[in-house]
Structures are given as structure tokens and as C-alpha cells.
Design a protein around this ligand. Sequence first.
Ligand code: ADP
Length: 429
Amino acid sequence: MFYQKDIETLPLEHLRKLQNERLQHLLQHVYHNVPFYKQQMNEKGLKPSDIQGVQDLHKLPFTHKSDLRDHYPFDLFAVPQQEVLRIHASSGTTGKPTVVGYSQKDLDIFDEVVARSLVCAGARPGMKLHNAYGYGLFTGGLGMHGGATKLGMAVIPVSGGMTDRQLLILQDFQPEVICCTPSYAQTLAEECKKRGIALDDLALQYAVLGAEPWTETIRTQVEAGLQVNATNIYGLSEIIGPGVSQEDYEEKGSGSYIWEDHFYPEVVDPKSGEPLPYGQEGVLVFTTLTKEAMPLLRYWTNDICSIQYDSGAKRTHIKMSQIKGRADDMLIIRGVNLFPSQVEVLIPPFKELQPNYQLRVRKQGSMDQVQVLIEHDGRLEEAQQAGLAAAFRQKIKENIGLSMDVVLKAPGEVPRSAGGKLSRVVDER
Ligand code: ADP
């Protein structure tokens, strides 16, 4: 099933034509309504008409998160204040939050891409959605809510936390679909097991997981632990929120469709900013083709992945790989490049370790020192913990070639942000 079959299966040449028409309109809109973009184009000696289509986008500079901060809170808005019907903000671990605004048309698009994503994940009208994303300034809760309503699902707006209540609702309200972060899905799965909740007594069939990077190992654990078909949903508030891309429940592992009639993707070299060929890993960059209130040109997401068309797939839109990390998560430790995911892939053979971890980097004298905070399953004696930490440390040393301190933490004790997200890297140098 599709939510909008015509657009989801549009032949590529028609999709390009549509993107190019939308891009023309977008460039006029931002040039005339956002002084920042007018100035940026003027500095490059460009007029909107110099960008004939998406193939010319590389002529434009990137928009960075810092540009949003510099124009805090509303100076990148492209419509009069009275046309802005909703304002969200992302958590902003450093200083002020990043603010985004939506017009009525933007909210309609948000609902549309989330509805599309839910269908792609296996959800159907008439099913119930257990929405365990946080409601509030974070786009996850309200974003999924709107799209599910548009699709014709009954939304249970549980929001994050309070696991006892979540479990009660899963058992008594019998939702067929759940959406939350992958790490919270793991927590729910562990709690079901601990409390002896029979999975056959739940109605869950599909889990739509996103807002943080995850792996095939986590998918296996969640699928077994909640008896669901689990797919990836990706998004960021600057572009719209969740629903920028979604994995199909019957095409798992082949990437997530980017709804490119609305969000035009590029992957560029993290250092030079040069566009990279399909299939190569780099920084994901988006141009919002249809947004009105806060459109963005070439927004530098900082997320590392690759994009590629999948000719055998149900839909024609391009697919993105799982996010490997954030470009600014890439650490240089004693001259060696390190992504948190390199540590993550070493976790699965250690059955007592959870994939919930954080790398902390400090200077000790002139030396970079990495500490790995990682959660164990809560069933270990202290002496066993020391042995496990030593074994994991050894594994890291053998595979990555760096010595790190491994510190075991009880379940839930690796620090999370207010939105419940784990940040994989804390660089204190
Ligand atoms: P906040 O900044 O408050 O965390 P955002 O919605 O802006 O809220 O967060 C977006 C970021 O979350 C993305 O840029 C990406 O790094 C991460 N993210 C979202 N969905 C996924 C996903 N499915 N896989 C990996 N990372 C994701």
C-alpha cells in the first residue's frame, strides 16, 4: 500500500521536473523574503534565475546551524508573523535552541510526509499508534501525531518516559504500531521480559524508530523483544521534523526513502563541501523545496550517510543509508579518526552489554584520553563487571588500535538529554 502512489512512484525524469519547478519558486521566495539569502546570493553574484535546476545547487553556499543561531529566533522566517501557525525548537545542547516555524501549508506537508512514512512502515488507517516520542518543543511527538491523524489512525499521545504507564497502555489499549527512539524501544522490550509480559498478549506489529542513530543489532533485539517489524524514520526539525525519510517494512536494510518531492538531498565531502557521487559516504545536505515559513537552501545536517537509487524498490525516490554519526562526532584521537559507530559494532558479542554508550574525551597532560561509558544489563556482580570492562577494553584496543577506559554503568545511567536522546560523544578537550 502507498499513501500517495502517484508521487511515490513518479518516474525519475518527472520527479526532477517537479523538483526544478519547485526550486525556481523557492529561490524567488527566499530571495525576496529572507534578507540573509538575498545577501548570500548577492555576495556570490547570483540571481534566482542563475539556478536553473537542482544540478546548479552546488553554486549556492551551505546554510549551517550557526546561521540559524545567528538569526535567532525568527529572522530566517520568510512569511509574515501572522502566517506562522506553529513554532518548534530543538534541544540545543550548546546555548540557544534552534527555532523553526511552520505555515498552514508547512503543517499540511508535515502531516503528509509523516502519513506517507507510517504507511511505508506498515501502519494502516484504523490501527492505533502508541506515540512515545516526546510532545513539546521537540518535533517528534506532535509531528507523528499529525501524520497519524491524517492517515486515519487513532493516536495515543503517551509521550516519553513513565515506563509503567507505557506498558499498561501497550497491554490494555492494544496499539498495533509504536513510535519512539530505538533505545526506548529496547528499554520497553527489556521491561516486558523482566515483568514476564507475554508478547502474544500485545497487539503490536510495527515499530517506527528514529531520532537517534541505531544499528541492525538493535533492530534484531527490538524485533524479538517486542515481536514487531521495526523500521527507521529519520528527520530533523530544521527540515520539517520526523518523516524526511522512512524505511519500507518489506525492504528493510536497503535504506530509507527520502521524500524528495519536498526535500532535495545532496551528499557532500565533510571537508571540501564538494558533492559526492551516489553511494559515497559524506554529509547529508537538504534543500526544502516546498516549505513556506522557514525554507532552507543546502542545509548542512552534519549527519554522515550515503544516498542511492534502488531500481528494484517499490518507490522511485532515492534512499539514504543509516546515519553513521554526525560529522562533528568524528573525533581525532592521538591523530586517529574515530567515529562512535566503530566502538558500537564491537558491542554485540558481549551479551551483558547494552548498546547504550557515550564516549568522553579529555586531555590528560598532552594526551587525549577516551572514556567509554556503557550500560550493562543490570544482572552483574561488581567483580564480574570489572572483568567485562577489561574484556571490552581489550577488544577495542585490538580492533581500533586505541586504548580507552571502559566504565560500566547501570541500565539507564549513561546521561541522556531532555529529549531522552543519548549523545554519543562528549568532547571536553
Ligand atoms: P534535537 O536537535 O532536539 O535532537 P532534531 O529533530 O533537530 O532534534 O534532531 C535531528 C537529528 O537527530 C538529526 O540531524 C540526526 O542527527 C538525528 N536523527 C534523527 N533521526 C535519526 C535516525 N533515524 N537515525 C539517526 N539519526 C537520527
